[in-house]
Design a protein around this ligand. Structure first.
Ligand code: PLP
Length: 380
């Protein structure tokens, strides 16, 4: 069990749920009714679902008439990649596994040393094969926070009749998401990265996408996703959007201040500590650090013992520390990629969390100098 005073700096894995979300979910759970039923109970449940749908669509300025609820970001990404009707699929090399591993024949779009998609390479890929493609590039990366120019990618893809999907899971609550400006045909969100419930997401898609149902056997979600809707979680998603509508600018500002403080302190600690993608646009809550010589799993363990919870990279899928495909695609040598740490803040983070992290991080070196054994084992 985590210590009661543990410092949580792993919001990109999942964010603590907001009290207003719990309240909305509790109300919805207490209400009987299947949204597909025609009686009054059903109509109340249906109203919860439709209100949430409208709030989300308005919040992301979605021109897309279609927004379906899913069991989360993973399902929405899988649907987008596998059911858009496009045979040819191009995905960036830094995508989350729920995009990257869906199609074995997906072609990888290379990224530069900052993790930004190489537009020239993408254009070459689109030019050399006339088969209309689906291009999937995430809006913001879960490990580095690097933000892609999706508007430019969409404009390029359109020249070659390609459809565009963007995984905006990590962007929600941390930057403005404006579907019209992004120009993508499909967009994925998940509630739990921003203080909503786990197990609910959305896939937004335009009329240009002949999306087929991944889950069949019912007419729900306009026959695009069968199964009784998770009404309480959807109501929670709606409450999350209410919260974000009220507080997002202030939260972003606070995250930005904490990020600056963290990065200034950490880089002053030791010359061997490197910030990843320090000079390109990043989310205000995400910092990726490399301290060469200290393997990520050892750093994680020591920080955890000090009551500080962070992540080695993508903790979304396995809980195991494996080399980061994101950092490798950015060309980081594997001995450095094996020493990366991700610190991510969110709506409920405090400046004292950052101070606690920095103090514990500084102790890594001292602990090693005292014992000597950690560094030797890790560099062997
Ligand atoms: N996409 C990104 C960028 C993520 O970070 C995650 C995290 O898990 C997902 C998709 C999957 O979302 P979910 O946990 O809702 O399935």
């Amino acid at each position: 069990m985590p210590k009661p005073n543990a410092i949580y700096l792993d919001y990109n894995a999942t964010a603590p749920i907001r009290p207003s979300v719990i309240a909305a979910m509790t109300d919805a759970l207490a209400q009987a009714g299947n949204p597909s039923s025609v009686h009054g109970f059903g109509r109340i449940a249906r109203q919860s679902v439709e209100e949430a749908r409208e709030k989300i669509a308005a919040f992301i300025d979605s021109a897309a008439p279609q927004l379906i609820f899913t069991s989360g970001g993973t399902e929405a990404n899988n649907s987008a990649i596998a059911y858009s009707g496009r045979k040819r699929v191009l995905v960036s090399a830094i995508e989350h596994d729920s995009v990257r591993l869906v199609r074995k024949d997906a072609e990888l779009i290379p990224v530069d040393e900052n993790g930004l998609v190489r537009l020239n390479a993408l254009e070459q890929m689109l030019k050399t094969n006339p088969e209309p493609a689906l291009v999937s590039v995430m809006l913001a990366n879960n490990e580095t926070g690097v933000i892609q120019d999706i508007a430019a990618i969409s404009a390029l893809a359109k020249k070659y009749d390609a459809l565009v999907h963007t995984d905006a899971v990590q962007a929600l609550g941390k930057m403005k998401i404006d579907c019209r400006a992004l120009g993508a045909d499909m967009l994925t969100l998940s509630a739990h990265k921003a203080g909503g419930p786990q197990g609910v997401g959305v896939l937004v898609f335009s009329d240009a996408v002949p999306l087929a149902a991944m889950i069949k056997g019912g007419g729900q979600e306009r026959s695009r996703r069968a199964g009784t809707e998770n009404v309480a979680a959807i109501a929670g998603f709606g409450a999350l959007i209410d919260a974000l509508s009220a507080t997002m600018p202030a939260e972003i500002e606070r995250m930005r201040i904490m990020q600056s403080a963290l990065e200034a302190k950490i880089t002053a600690l030791h010359p061997q500590i490197e910030l990843i993608a320090a000079n390109v646009a990043r989310l205000p809550n995400t910092t990726s650090l490399v301290w060469t010589g200290y393997k990520s799993d050892m750093q994680l363990m020591r920080l955890d013992m000090s009551g500080v919870a962070v992540s080695a990279g993508s903790a979304c899928s396995s809980g195991k520390v494996k080399p980061s495909h994101v950092l490798e695609a950015m060309g980081l040598p594997s001995d450095q990629a094996a020493c990366a740490l991700r610190v991510s803040t969110g709506w409920n983070s405090r400046e004292s969390d950052i101070e606690a992290f920095c103090a514990a991080y500084a102790m890594l070196d001292q602990a090693t100098q005292r014992g000597g054994e950690v560094r030797m084992k890790q560099t062997a």
